[in-house]
Ligand binder design. Structure first.
Ligand SMILES: NC(=O)c1ccc[n+]([C@@H]2O[C@H](COP(=O)([O-])OP(=O)(O)OC[C@H]3O[C@@H](n4cnc5c(N)ncnc54)[C@H](OP(=O)(O)O)[C@@H]3O)[C@@H](O)[C@H]2O)c1
Length: 290
């Protein structure tokens, strides 16, 4: 039995992955922002008594304090982690700020996961074999470089698909910078485009592209079809070295030019370290850092 923590695990791809991992006999830590939705998801995983091995941790990735509290709970559970699956994302129609004042897609999709990964690194490093940080990006990361001058869409007009592209690009930039920092450890960092599935998020995305909703529902698969891909990365495929890889479904692929820019990867790392408050207290230092 391995232990896997998954954010946004109460519905969509995250929930389907949690359910598959549970059915394979693994222990799942569901990281969800809403206690009731999280409880419902937990209750659907396994019948008792097996269900008792799983855990719900309530954490809102749009709040750095909440991420810290959630991480503390997971650290207290004290299971070495085979994987952390950074899966949660949002796609609001109107520009929204997180509790800490950042554009919410960047906050949830990148910053919350950046901080959570830092804080859970001791549990990933304690896993006896390879452990993985699987960050769910998207093929929609392809597009312009990250706009470091206007990360919060204060100057640019907010478009939800553009903010999504930028946050999903941040997922890949983060993964490559993390892979460099964990190169001498047992921790691998992988970014993933999971495929296209009929979920709440896809419907939100398609509603921003007039006339595409019907097309999406025809072509998109059921979220359950994503589960073997994510579960395979989280708990299997240990005979492959995948650190620093971007995968399109199960296959290693080349991400966009903007995602491969080392300078942008390092700039985002430095910006994020400061923005989530890690440089101030020095806590949660990533392996390989001073
Ligand atoms: N569906 C696709 O076709 C597709 C394609 C490419 C990539 N992806 C990626 O796959 C991942 C999962 O997406 P999905 O399609 O499964 O979407 P989904 O069904 O909308 O699920 C999103 C999950 O994220 C959670 N979440 C949102 N804001 C949160 C916050 N502040 N704190 C904690 N959790 C939060 C949601 O919780 P609530 O239920 O409480 O809102 C939900 O559990 C995302 O990273 C997405 O970008 C999806």
């Amino acid at each position: 039995m391995q232990t896997i923590a998954i954010t946004g695990a109460n519905r969509g791809i995250g929930h389907a992955t949690a359910a598959l991992l549970a059915s394979q006999g693994h222990r799942v830590i569901l990281v969800c922002r809403d206690r009731n939705r999280g409880h419902d998801a937990l209750a659907s995983l396994d019948p008792l008594p097996n269900r008792a091995r799983h855990h719900l941790v309530v954490a809102d990735l749009a709040s750095l304090d909440s991420v810290r509290e959630g991480a503390r709970e997971i650290l207290d559970l004290d299971y070495p982690l085979a994987a952390l699956v950074n899966n949660a994302a949002v796609l609001p129609a109107k520009r929204t700020l997180s509790r800490d004042g950042f554009e919410i897609q960047l906050a949830v999709t990148h910053m919350g996961h950046f901080l959570l990964t830092h804080l859970l690194m001791p549990l990933l490093e304690r896993h006896e074999e390879t452990s993985r940080v699987v960050t769910v990006s998207s093929g929609a990361h392809v597009g312009p470089p990250l706009d470091f001058e206007d990360l919060n869409f204060e100057v640019r007009p907010y478009k939800r698909t553009r903010a999504y592209q930028q946050s999903k690009l941040a997922n890949v930039l983060f993964t490559f910078a993390l892979a460099r920092r964990t190169a001498d450890t047992n921790v691998e960092a992988v970014a993933l485009h999971p495929g296209v599935y009929d979920t709440g998020l896809l419907r939100d995305y398609m509603s921003a592209v007039p006339g595409s909703g019907a097309v999406a529902s025809v072509f998109a698969g059921n979220a359950g079809k994503a589960a073997p891909i994510l579960a395979g990365l989280a708990a299997g495929r240990r005979d492959e070295k995948l650190s620093g890889a971007y995968l399109n479904k199960a296959v290693v692929d080349t991400p966009s030019r903007a995602a491969r820019e080392r300078e942008a990867q390092e700039r985002l790392w430095e910006w994020s370290t400061s923005a989530v408050g890690l440089s101030a207290d020095g806590a949660g230092r990533m392996a390989g850092e001073g």
